[in-house]
Design a protein around this ligand. Structure first.
Ligand SMILES: Cc1ncc(COP(=O)(O)O)c(C=O)c1O
Length: 390
């Protein structure tokens, strides 16, 4: 576990490094890739060894018998999150964007509304709109520099056309670990408006020391009949390229609805994802995650301190995720100008806040899952690009 090792990812079909120039016009030769959410670290050795065993065997046929995979999920959820998962409740998808799209198909009809607490992970809105459903944005409130929900306002917004609400827990891009009380309020909101509640918990292992993620299923028994949990190993263990994720539905009637759509789409698992995810959900994987979070904690402090030294720029306190949400509103600059400085002067490729929906306009999202030397470099470059504000 040497998170300080700089591994050159250029020329490897890495979206993060090889697409930064076409998308952001930041050259990978001199630029820093701090956008899409994958890490510049190798996964734990147990994951690579599992893949190596497949390569050594040399035959890549269809996957069968997911008992070990489901047992690994059961062990992980119980030991890390205190949550009992029934193996029969698990569906394996090609990642969680795919899972979200399948849920939209299963639980809504064209024209229905899907509620998002914005700003939020941009692919939610993309798949909702692509399926001909309506995105209903419920803006998060900013209190003491972090996001909170405002259910009085959201209740007033509901029209009766909404069928689903998607919660991102922990929250990307705000970095919040929602409290049990906040989760209860989301559950109450879903029941009040008769919504299926999809809780995307892909970031649930990426929680900083002192914080604790609560699985939505543990919050309130009365929402099981409308609850869908999305989870995956891919974000935690940096294996997003295998496109493996889980839809977990304990309620039999809700599960039957999803199963019908799942079958209609001809879904079946990718062997590489199954084998690597099974290896990841292990004691070795757990040890690796704990070390990772300790390292990322150092990165987040370094970035936060560096950002705090630039007048008018501030980062939201990260409770989870390796995605730092940085607000430039205090600079008085238009988005074009602060983005130009970050991309053209600091030469850092970042996600643009507006793509996360209403409320994101004055923000940029920085991915800090990279060796610390790159965070130091980013801080230096940012301070230089905004030196006139000092
Ligand atoms: C909340 C959330 N859901 C899903 C994904 C992507 O999932 P996948 O790669 O499994 O499609 C991301 C990626 O950043 C995410 O932040």
């Amino acid at each position: 576990m040497n998170f300080d090792e700089i591994i050159d990812r250029r020329g490897t079909h890495s979206s993060k490094w090889d697409m930064m120039e076409p998308i952001y016009d930041v050259s990978p030769e001199e630029g820093l890739a701090m956008w899409v959410a994958d890490m510049d670290f190798r996964p734990p050795a147990c994951v690579s060894q599992a893949l190596q065993s497949m390569v050594d065997h040399g035959i890549y046929g269809y996957f069968g018998d997911d008992a070990a995979y489901k047992a690994a999920i059961g062990w992980w959820m119980k030991s890390r999150h205190g949550w009992e998962v029934d193996p029969a409740a698990i569906f394996t998808t090609h990642g969680l964007v795919n899972a979200t799209a399948l849920c939209i198909e299963a639980f809504t009809a064209p024209g229905d509304g899907v509620v998002l607490f914005t700003p939020v992970y941009h692919a939610f809105a993309r798949v909702i709109r692509a399926a001909g459903r309506e995105v209903v944005e419920c803006p998060l409130a900013k209190r003491d520099g972090r996001y909170e929900m405002d259910f009085a306002a959201y209740d007033a917004q509901m029209t009766g056309r909404e069928k689903v609400v998607i919660l991102c827990s922990p929250h990307n891009p705000g970095g919040r670990v929602w409290t049990r009380e906040e989760l209860q309020a989301v559950a109450d909101f879903a029941r009040r408006h008769d919504l299926v509640l999809i809780s995307d918990e892909i970031h649930h292992d990426l929680v900083y020391p002192g914080q604790r993620h609560t699985v939505m299923d543990l919050v309130d028994d009365r929402i099981r009949d409308r609850l869908v949990i999305l989870s995956a190993t891919t974000k935690s263990f940096n294996i997003a390229g295998v496109h493996n994720g889980n839809v977990i539905i304990h309620d039999p009637a809700l599960r039957a609805k999803f199963a019908a759509r799942f079958a209609a789409m001809g879904m079946s698992a990718n062997s590489f994802g199954m084998i690597m995810a099974t290896a990841a959900y292990s004691p070795e994987g757990a040890e690796w995650i704990d070390a990772l979070m300790g390292y990322l904690d150092g990165n987040r402090k370094l970035l936060d301190e560096g950002i705090a030294a630039i007048p008018g720029v501030s980062s939201m306190p990260l409770e989870a995720t390796y995605l730092s949400w940085v607000d430039f509103s205090g600079t008085g600059m238009a988005a074009d100008e602060f983005t130009r400085r970050v991309e053209k002067e600091a030469k850092i490729a970042v996600n643009h806040g507006a793509s996360f929906g209403t409320g994101g306009e004055s923000f940029l999202r920085f991915n800090i899952a990279t060796p610390r030397a790159r965070i130091s470099e980013a801080v230096e470059r940012l301070q230089k690009a905004f030196a006139d504000l000092q």
